[in-house]
Design a protein around this ligand. Sequence first.
Ligand code: CTP
Ligand code: CA
Length: 225
Amino acid sequence: LARGTAGPDLAGRHVVVSAGGTREPLDPVRFLGNRSSGKQGYALARTAAARGARVTLIEANTGLPDPAGVDVVRVGTAVQLREALLKAAPDADVVVMAAAVADFRPETYATGKIKKKDGQDPEPIVLVRNPDILAEMAADRPRPEQLVVGFAAETDDVLANGRAKLARKGCDLLVVNEVGERKTFGSEENEAVVLGADGSETAVPYGPKEALADTVWDLVVDRLG
Ligand code: CTP
Ligand code: CA
């Protein structure tokens, strides 16, 4: 159903997509991470390239092969992801934050491996907040016409939580997934509602991540000047 299959409606556009999940190191062998597979972000990158866009894909810890015709930048942590985004964003028409960014990172990094000591309880891990990259990208746009798209996984009152998050982040579109049994991380399929800052609400039925990606690009194309 995607209109994108009809032609290169993103030709001449530069899109920046983040994918995967950040890992926040504790010591040289350990990290705090999340289960994001990166597949939705890669589907966004592939479909944007197929629709004619120049694509910069900033990936965190996916282990996925580079999509053809896409510039790939590899990062590890949230702070590195922010730096890569700030570098890529100035000439982007669209920034899509599909990556799962760790909300917290360990306050300190142990340069040597943390060892257990006989008869001693472990030291607590102190966490500090990571920057909210999406909110920052939406607030400080290098070009006023740049579009910013976020993702959110929600439970309970999914739409109300999504609306509140969209407003808080200040982005143009928010792709809201309901977290549930079938809708697990790492799957090939997804189901979502895309909320627009203009009040729009687009339901995307359970199906391939490419179909959701094409719907996101349809909504983006509608909003590009
Ligand atoms: N995000 C971000 N920087 C962060 C955290 C999240 O850019 N430090 C982005 C994600 O890439 C995603 C969107 O914000 O596009 C929503 O992420 P989510 O974790 O749902 O939002 P949070 O504000 O962290 O809210 P919560 O407390 O529900 O985790
Ligand atoms: Ca979060």
